[in-house]
Write a protein that binds this ligand. Structure first.
Ligand code: PLP
Length: 375
């Protein structure tokens, strides 16, 4: 039996041809395709922002923190439930991640809990648009402005997500995107930062390539530290094709998510994720009270696998990882993040799926919720 994976990138002849053209051009690493994709992304996002491409969202977040001079002695507030990169980058620049709990339904940072987590050392807040559902940014930006905090949005999962018809990333603050293969559009590996702060982007531009700056005659200087975080033209060429297909991908994601919402049963042990206009449905993560069903999550996943359905877990609560426990965090600190970490299950969702695939998943999940075992 073929297994439906929880995600699969949609890549075709056009992407293949775009790669071949770059290979034939003789210019393989950062070059004209990167420039073109940066401009195309800036046009797509709107709001007059500029975009710089990097080799991952992790690099983009790290560079955004460094270029904002966040470092040793500073604290950065972020949700306790996200991919671990969100917290790791804070440690990487020498600052301290300060977790706050997430909301049970949106799974995003509980904005009303941010103030209580603030100290005189707080320099920045890093909200995450989990699974493509936009964070309620109004109250967060108000709070940040009142307390002179930097806001760096982790929009790794939210390319194409919108609030009131405006793209995430269009507001001007640094916003970082990922183009890893399981994201809504891919450059294979890759990331981007959108911002309207020209000076910040200039620092990031140098930082992504050894700190190098060249004058009009081509003479080289290194005015600041830099690493190796640039994106290659081969990747950007794939990204240009993917960006042209992104709205269609996201429309299909939305249709599939709505079919799930219609077909999954009402069940006391099943909590559906929140929907709202502008959600780009990067993932469909339900919560299941496995204890109430008397089955472990792994057992449930194995049974779904037998029925041809692949699943994922996004994500365990970060503060319970041994690295973050070593900074004093522990069980009970963030109850919603911990509950989600134990109960979350990612069901298949990608634009190449048929309606019949959703029906198959919903039938399988319903069967297991009723306690009927897989064959
Ligand atoms: C919320 C979040 N932040 C950051 C990242 C890191 O992205 P990348 O793999 O492009 O470094 C991811 C990747 O899954 C993510 O989901």
């Amino acid at each position: 039996m073929s297994i439906l994976p929880f995600t699969r990138p949609t890549l075709g002849d056009e992407e293949q041809q775009a790669v071949n053209e770059v290979l034939a051009s003789g210019w393989l690493t950062t070059g004209p395709k990167v420039d073109t994709l940066e401009q195309a992304l800036a046009d797509y996002i709107g709001g007059g922002v500029s975009v710089r491409l990097l080799n991952s969202a992790t690099s983009a977040l790290e560079a955004a923190l460094m270029a904002s001079n966040v470092g040793p002695g500073d604290e950065v507030i972020l949700p306790a439930m996200s991919f671990t990169a969100t917290a790791n980058v804070v440690l990487r620049v020498g600052a301290m991640p300060i977790f706050v709990d997430v909301d049970a339904l949106s799974r995003n940072l509980a904005v009303q809990q941010v103030e209580a987590a603030m100290t005189p050392r707080t320099r920045a807040v890093m909200p995450v648009h989990f699974a493509g559902l936009p964070v309620e940014m109004g109250p967060l930006y108000d709070l940040a402005e009142r307390n002179r905090l930097i806001v760096i949005e982790d929009a790794a999962q939210a390319i194409g997500s919108q609030v009131d018809g405006r793209m995430i990333g269009a507001a001007g603050n640094p916003v970082c995107f990922s183009f890893h293969p399981n994201k809504n559009m891919t450059t294979i590996e890759g990331g981007a930062i959108a911002s309207s702060d020209r000076q910040l982007l200039r620092r990031i531009e140098r930082m992504r390539f050894h700190g190098i700056e060249r004058d009009a005659q081509g003479n080289m200087d290194v005015p600041q530290w830099g690493g190796k975080m640039n994106l290659a033209d081969v990747n950007a060429a794939i990204g240009l094709v993917q960006l042209s297909r992104l709205d269609a991908f996201n429309r299909r994601r939305r249709e599939l998510a709505q079919l799930y919402i219609k077909l999954l049963p009402q069940h006391a042990a099943l909590l559906m994720p929140r929907d709202q206009a502008g959600h780009s449905w990067h993932m469909l993560c339900v919560c299941i009270d496995f204890d109430a069903l008397g089955v472990s999550r792994t057992g449930f996943q194995q049974r779904l696998q037998k029925l041809g359905v692949g699943t994922g877990v996004h994500y365990p609560a970060m503060h319970l990882f041994s690295l973050y426990r070593s900074y004093g965090y522990g069980p009970g600190d963030f109850p919603e993040a911990e509950r989600i970490g134990e109960q979350t299950l990612t069901l298949p969702l990608f634009p190449g799926m048929q309606d019949a695939d959703v029906e198959k998943v919903c039938t399988a999940v319903s069967q297991l919720l009723r306690g009927e075992d897989a064959p």
